[in-house]
Design a protein around this ligand. Structure first.
Ligand code: ZN
Length: 153
């Protein structure tokens, strides 16, 4: 397993899939959406960053990996990435200047082993997807392999 993952790619614009590993049961209170119950296992979060500077892909991915608990929760996913029992072992990065996140999210929703743990999570400004956050009942190698499946589709 290449631990450095795609995070060190030089891409400044793109879509990405955070592969999140939760190691202990956790309950997250996500404001208006209610409670999200997380069981140990893998979760996938789809996003994109197409800007420059603070809205660039590199800046966004670095932010997702911050563990600062006092960080202002700007996105739903911040509630999860700052959990003590959540790690991001891998990030799949797809370099693109097109807004591909919903296409990716719809593709992921069709996969075997995918479930939507909380409707609306990560997709409040999206009219097409039920969620941008999924639980994935597979192992890390299968999650990393999603990139090939996505690129070839
Ligand atoms: Zn969407």
């Amino acid at each position: 397993m290449n631990e450095t993952s795609d995070i060190h790619s030089k891409a400044t614009k793109g879509a990405y899939i955070l592969i999140i590993s939760v190691t202990k049961p956790s309950v997250v209170n996500v404001g208006q959406l209610g409670e999200l119950q997380l069981l140990p296992g893998l979760y996938l979060y789809v996003g994109s960053a197409l800007g420059m500077g603070s809205t660039s892909l590199q800046h966004r991915l670095a932010r997702h990996q911050l563990k600062t608990k006092c960080m202002k929760k700007h996105w739903h996913i911040d509630f999860i990435t700052t959990l003590p029992y959540a790690k991001i072992p891998y990030i799949v990065v797809i370099e693109t200047s097109r807004r591909l996140e919903c296409l990716l999210s719809k593709h992921i929703a069709q996969l075997d082993g995918i479930r939507c743990p909380l409707k609306g999570f990560g997709s409040s400004d999206c009219s097409q997807c039920e969620t941008h956050f999924y639980s994935y009942a597979k192992n890390i190698e299968q999650a990393v392999g999603l990139k090939l499946a996505i690129i070839s589709c």
